[in-house]
Design a protein around this ligand. Structure first.
Ligand code: PEP
Length: 250
C-alpha cells in the first residue's frame, strides 16, 4: 500500500531556537507513526539544526526552494547539492508563492526539478490554479500545463505532486473533498500518460488550509495521498494531530 506523505511547509517562519522548541514537543508525539512519511521544510537557516534534531527519528527534511546550478557565482542562491549536504531528502519546487512573488514560470520550475532530481533528492512539485482561473473554468487547463511543463525530462522516482489551489493557501478556504478529488484524479491521469504504470508510485498530496479539523475528511478521499501544510504546521499540537489523521470511510 502507498505510504501517505505529510509535509510541513514552515515558509519564512521559525528561528533555530523556535524550531528546536517545536521539535522538542513534536517528536515524541509522532514516534509511533511507521506507515506514513513525515517531512518538515524549515527555512534554509534552520535546516542544519533541524537535521541534527531529527536524526534517528521517523521525520525527514525538505528545503523550500533551490537553484538549478550546482555551484558558482550566484549570490544568494543555494544548490540541491548544498541542500543534500545539509541533510535534506526533498525540495519543494514550484510553490505558488515562488511563482507569484519571484516570477517563477514553468521553465524555471522544470529546471529546478531536474537539478534537484539529478542531485539525488526528491521533489515536492506544487501546482494549482488561482481563483480567477477556477472561476473562468480554466482549472484543468492550468493544471495540465503546469504538470506537463514541470515534468519535461523528469523521472518518476522520488516525485511527489502537491495540488495546491492558490485560493486555498493561507486563506482558511479549503477545497471541498470533491474539488480536490476531481483535480487529483485528473493529475493521476496525466501522470499515467507521462509515466505509464510507474505513475502508481507517485504520491499526489493536497495543500491549502489543511487543519486538524479538516484533515480527516480530506484524507478519506481515495486519490489524496497526503498533505502539504503551511499555517497549521507551526504548532506541534496541530501538526501532530494532522499527522495522526483518521481515514473516515463511512
Ligand atoms: C502551503 O504553503 O503550502 C500551504 C498549503 O499553506 P496553508 O496550509 O497555510 O494554506
Amino acid at each position: 500500500m502507498m505510504r501517505n506523505f505529510i509535509a510541513a511547509n514552515w515558509k519564512m517562519n521559525m528561528t533555530i531556537p523556535e524550531a528546536r522548541q517545536f521539535l522538542h514537543g513534536f517528536i515524541p508525539t509522532v514516534q509511533s507513526v511507521q506507515e506514513d512519511d513525515i517531512i518538515i521544510a524549515p527555512p534554509f537557516t534552520a535546516l542544519y539544526a533541524v537535521a541534527n534534531a531529527i536524526q534517528g527519528t521517523n521525520i525527514g527534511l525538505a528545503a523550500q526552494d533551490t537553484f538549478w546550478e550546482e555551484q558558482g557565482a550566484y549570490t544568494g542562491e543555494v544548490s540541491p547539492r548544498m541542500l543534500r549536504d545539509a541533510g535534506c531528502q526533498y525540495v519543494i519546487v514550484g510553490h505558488s508563492e515562488r511563482r507569484q512573488y519571484f516570477s517563477e514560470d514553468d521553465v524555471v520550475v522544470n529546471r529546478k526539478i531536474r537539478a534537484t532530481k539529478e542531485s539525488g533528492l526528491g521533489v515536492i512539485f506544487c501546482v494549482g490554479e488561482s481563483l480567477e482561473e477556477r472561476e473562468a473554468d480554466k482549472t484543468f487547463d492550468v493544471i495540465k500545463r503546469e504538470v506537463e511543463a514541470g515534468l519535461v525530462e523528469v523521472s518518476f522516482e522520488k516525485l511527489v505532486v502537491a495540488y495546491e489551489p492558490i485560493w486555498a493557501i493561507g486563506t482558511g478556504k479549503t477545497a471541498t473533498v470533491e474539488q480536490a478529488q476531481e483535480v487529483h484524479a485528473f493529475i493521476r491521469k496525466i501522470l499515467y500518460n507521462v509515466y505509464g504504470d510507474n505513475a502508481d508510485e507517485i504520491r499526489i498530496i493536497y495543500g491549502g488550509s489543511v487543519t486538524a479539523d479538516n484533515v480527516d475528511n480530506l484524507m478519506s478521499s481515495q486519490d489524496i495521498n497526503g498533505a502539504l501544510v503551511g499555517g497549521a504546521s507551526l504548532k506541534p499540537e496541530s501538526f501532530s494531530r494532522i499527522v495522526h489523521f483518521k481515514k473516515d470511510i463511512s
